[in-house]
Design a protein around this ligand. Sequence first.
Ligand code: SAM
Length: 398
Amino acid sequence: MLVKIIDYDHMGRGIAKIDNKVIFIPKVKLGEDVSIKLVKDKKNYSMGKRCDFLKVKYCPYYQTCGGCQIGHLTYDEQLEFKKNTVKNIFSKYTNYNLTDLEIIPTKCYNYRNKVTFHIKGDKLGYYEEESNNLIPIDKCNLLDSDIITLTTSLNSFIKVHKKLTKAIIKSLDGKLMLILEGKESKESINKFFSSTVSSLYYNNELISGVSSLMIDVLSKKFMVRKDSFFQVNKEGISLIYKEVINLVKELDCTIIYDLYCGTGTISLLVSDYAKKVIGIEVVEDAVMDAKSNAKINNITNTEFYLGDVSKVIKKLDYIPDTIILDPPRSGISKDLIEFLLSLKVKNIIYVSCNPLTLARDINLLDNIYHLESIKLVDEFPNTYHLESITLLKLRRKN
Ligand SMILES: C[S@@+](CC[C@H](N)C(=O)[O-])C[C@H]1O[C@@H](n2cnc3c(N)ncnc32)[C@H](O)[C@@H]1O
């Protein structure tokens, strides 16, 4: 059937309507007349798939791969889509009408410094969208050039050694960490990869090189271990952290809480501009990394606590003037919202990777805190994902 694309949803899927029923269709363009087939038909909506083969210059797997959703749009169209998505979400779920919304662009390709490949026999690749079907990949142009080179070596290795199941590659400031799983012999892996990578793990054991790598971000050093969380786009995170630092400088902060602090990146980067920074994080290894990172950078005005943010925060004795939030996609818990409403801190800097939960949380905080500014950073070009940095300020009447 032929349909006209009248809008996008927040995940970059096109929206068409037939007899007033909404159809979501991935990888189409606004205004396009496209021939589709229905792949799912529910009571309130349907899912469609375009019939023709959609070619994009940077990737031969684009139509089936689940990694990118909006790479068929020009970069200007991608940025416009992301701005409009945030504007629409805010006008639907908050009292704010975002008119002049700024989005900071980043490099479109070769930006990812981490990848996870699934391996089946002599094939390595990503899963197809919403399935476990493996799409064999020779080269993914979102990955940085060192990872692309190592992917070629991995592909030649598995042509002969067919018992690997998974490969994770991290590439940090020119050094590579390769984490493999499977039933191959340790010796063959060591022989093939130990001279190419700085850190080689096999089935959770370090079999060659160093156990962690270092990355330099905005003149501070951060240790990244095998299981540490670290953002995947160095240019993107540097832009986000710069925005946070600028806000902290402008706000003249004294005591800062960095909630959901991970390995302490934000805490350490803002520590030059405050008397004290206290980070809270639920993953034990991340808290250990945060403490090590403070030592590596000779920083003495930070403290890190392990546990659930909403519980740990209630036990702290400090009186913060600024709270930085960088929660997972699910946003902040109801418990923490209630606590922030009663705490009446002067400033909240909210770093978010999900505009839907950001808007929900801003709305819940709105009686006490008003939205002062919001900026977007396009950390993940060709995908629908984006990051935002929002400043909320205590309302005057409080
Ligand atoms: C988006 S990451 C932010 C990490 C860090 N700010 C950074 O820039 O690398 C979110 C972090 O929140 C942590 N987290 C999730 N739920 C939590 C909770 N209830 N209490 C404390 N930390 C939590 C996760 O382990 C993760 O490290």
